[in-house]
Design a protein around this ligand. Structure first.
Ligand code: NAI
Length: 330
């Protein structure tokens, strides 16, 4: 099948070429898919897109007009796709439901361990010949209470990793995971989790009900000096409220891999431009804030899995007209 890739980076090209057995003819475009770039897909049967491509009604109409039958997402989320429009136009949408929950759970721990041992600061100091330990006092994770919000694929692995450090686990989810309970994790309501946790790690999806689950009211219920880690979605956190919490010291540490307004910044080299987002710029001024640019998923294992599943989805669509990883209307 002829497939046109959008928002393509060198690593996409490399992992997809390496895992393509010759069944598919792949073209890679750096530009985002949007109504103005649809023409690049001319002659293809499928487009392959990522989290920030604009797969709205207008784009889908443009794809349909050029005979494109399939949209293959090389990610799990599909909030950027107008599913009703795709269905109306008879365009099938497939995705990669899970690639490596371990990658994201491990990055959560990497962020926390970097932040709590001030490694982000000591790395720079040592490179400048500054071996002073002033301001680098960390804290042991052993014995701390960690609150996990969302114990699905990623949250449950993170819970087990925290357990390995000798932490006490408080979990909150609509569905209780019996195997985590058997290992000693306790499910509690959100207020109890906020009140008792030294570290809070977010692993629930961004939904209407979870939007700004961490806001001023939630922060007020937390322990003074709490550490918050978010590798899930930026919209779970009200960033302005968190900045207030950091300024007063109520929040002791913050590590984030995702940011509510990341769409216009992340995945691109912005280093030559003046930062326009004042809230994000303020976040970067805190010594006790650590930010990575949506890289929790970014491992060799996950990229291989993303390429393999996406190519298998396309092969299934080509041979049977449907795929087990089709996204249906909710
Ligand atoms: P999952 O669907 O396996 O687990 C999500 C869990 O959250 C489920 O157990 C669900 O019941 C629970 N949940 C739903 N509403 C909730 C609520 N109101 N309160 C508490 N829990 C609630 O998803 P998975 O694979 O574990 O991914 C979790 C999140 O991680 C994704 O939604 C995505 O936003 C994020 N993610 C981030 C990546 C990154 O690179 N930073 C990569 C992949 C996923």
């Amino acid at each position: 099948m002829k497939v046109a890739f959008f928002s393509s980076k060198r690593y996409d090209e490399s992992f997809f070429k390496e895992n393509n057995d010759g069944s598919h003819e792949l073209s890679f475009f750096e530009t985002k898919l949007a109504p103005r770039s649809v023409a690049l897909a001319e002659g293809a049967q499928a487009v392959c897109v990522f989290v920030n491509d604009q797969v709205d009604r207008k784009t889908l109409q443009g794809l349909k007009a050029r005979g494109i039958e399939y949209v293959a997402l090389r990610c799990a989320g599909y909030n950027n796709v107008d599913l009703p429009a795709a269905q109306e136009l008879g365009i099938k949408v497939v995705r990669v439901p899970a690639y490596s929950p371990h990658a994201v759970a491990e990055h959560t721990l990497a962020l926390l361990l970097t932040l709590n041992r001030r490694i982000h600061r000591s790395y720079n100091r040592v490179r400048e010949g500054n071996f002073s330990l002033e301001g680098l006092v960390g804290f042991d994770l052993h014995g701390l209470t960690v609150g996990i919000i969302g114990t699905g694929k990623i949250g449950s692995i993170a819970t087990e990793l925290f357990q390995g450090f000798g932490c006490q686990l408080l979990c909150h989810d609509k569905y209780e995971n019996e195997s985590l309970k058997a290992k000693g994790a306790a499910y509690v309501d959100l207020d109890t989790l906020f009140a008792r946790s030294d570290v809070i790690s977010l692993h629930c999806p961004l939904l209407k009900e979870t939007h700004h689950i961490i806001d001023a009211a939630a922060i007020a219920k937390m322990k003074k000096g709490v550490t918050i880690v978010n590798t899930s979605r930026g919209g779970l956190i009200d960033t302005s409220d968190v900045i207030q919490g950091l300024k007063t010291g109520h929040i002791g540490n913050l590590a984030i891999d995702v940011y509510e307004e990341e769409e216009s910044m992340f995945f691109e080299d912005q280093s030559a431009f003046v930062m326009q987002d004042d809230v994000f710029a303020r976040l970067l001024t805190f010594p006790n804030v650590l930010v990575t640019g949506h890289q929790a998923f970014f491992t060799d294992t996950a990229l291989t899995q993303i390429a393999r599943v996406t190519l298998a989805n396309l092969s299934q669509l080509e041979s049977t007209g449907s795929s087990e990883n089709e996204v249906a209307l909710p």
